[in-house]
Design a binder for this molecule. Structure first.
Ligand SMILES: Nc1ncnc2c1ncn2[C@@H]1O[C@H](COP(=O)(O)OP(=O)(O)O)[C@@H](O)[C@H]1O
Ligand SMILES: [Mg+2]
Length: 273
């Protein structure tokens, strides 16, 4: 069976501002297959969130194209409906509504899409799916960080999206909760066939995905296929400009990386000093 492409970008460019302009995306070409679990790494400011926002139709590109299921987003009339039905989002800060319980938060994206009874039933099912059935009526501030993120993941699945975009979903969690959240995403990826694109600074997270995209200066500068080819890809990355800069402590190049990114990439490269 031919691989089905769920996400494709073609020469995607995003420029912010009119005076002092920032070229946040500089001609990104990428493809993601249905059912894939892809991670995106790279220094802060390299364009990871912007890329996710373009793919999720949260913002419009300056030029270039985004195709979801082969459909050009520029040709979609009602982007809100398209987004609600096709894409789920998980952010670093869970963005749960503080005055609504867990179960009510999950119902929010279904409003206007699904009737009340079904909405309620489905949000209970989703909470059970993420292991939170016993916390249905808790408010966000009565939950731990990891539990909140589980609720946020359940919410992202509310409309059975084919694609979930997660922007540093474990960024605010301790490493144990972070692992649990990622394990949950993997379960959903395997069980429901949901496609995941996850931005992360954590090499341990990235190593457990199918493919790692590394961004720098608004473009994808490297791609590792995890699995049999992983070590080969890693060796190639070590020889690349960014890989060498990290390994050799090239201060000029490293000045553009934050301490976290530097540490994360070092660890990914095999713990070299
Ligand atoms: N709304 C915005 N207005 C102006 N500049 C922005 C905006 N969002 C992001 N940028 C700039 O675009 C670049 C890429 O940002 P972003 O995609 O958030 O990077 P990352 O997620 O990799 O840290 C950065 O230089 C950032 O300052
Ligand atoms: Mg970001």
């Amino acid at each position: 069976m031919a691989t089905e492409i769920i996400v494709e970008t073609k020469d995607l460019v995003k420029v912010y501002g009119d005076g002092a302009q920032v070229r946040a995306l500089d001609g990104v070409d990428m493809q993601v297959a249905r059912g894939e679990f892809v991670s995106v790494m790279g220094p802060s400011g390299s364009g990871k969130s912007t890329l996710l926002n373009m793919i999720g139709a949260l913002d419009r590109p300056t030029s270039g194209r985004v195709l979801i299921n082969g459909k050009d987003l520029a040709r979609v009339r009602d982007l809100d409906t398209f987004r609600a039905r096709t894409v789920g989002f998980v952010f670093q800060l869970h963005n749960l509504i503080p005055t609504l319980t867990a179960v009510e938060n999950i119902e929010v994206p279904m409003m206007g899409q699904v009737g009340r009874g079904k909405r309620h039933r489905r949000s209970r099912e989703l909470l059970a799916l993420v292991g939170m059935a016993d916390r249905m009526n808790h408010l966000p501030n009565q939950l731990s960080g990891g539990q909140r993120q589980r609720v946020a993941i359940a919410r992202s699945l509310a409309n059975e999206p084919a694609l979930v975009l997660a922007d540093e979903p474990t960024g605010n969690l301790d490493s144990h909760s972070g692992e649990e959240v990622i394990a949950l995403m993997h379960q959903l990826n395997h069980g429901l066939g949901t496609t995941f694109i996850v931005v992360t600074h954590d090499p341990a997270v990235a190593r457990n995905t199918d493919r790692i995209l590394v961004m720098q200066d608004g473009d994808i500068v490297h791609e590792h296929l995890v699995g049999t080819a992983f070590e080969e890809d890693l060796a190639a990355f070590r020889r690349s400009g960014l890989g060498k800069a990290v390994l050799n402590g090239d201060e000029a190049a490293l000045a553009r990386l934050g301490a976290n990114e530097r540490a994360a990439l070092r660890q990914l490269l095999g713990g070299a000093a």
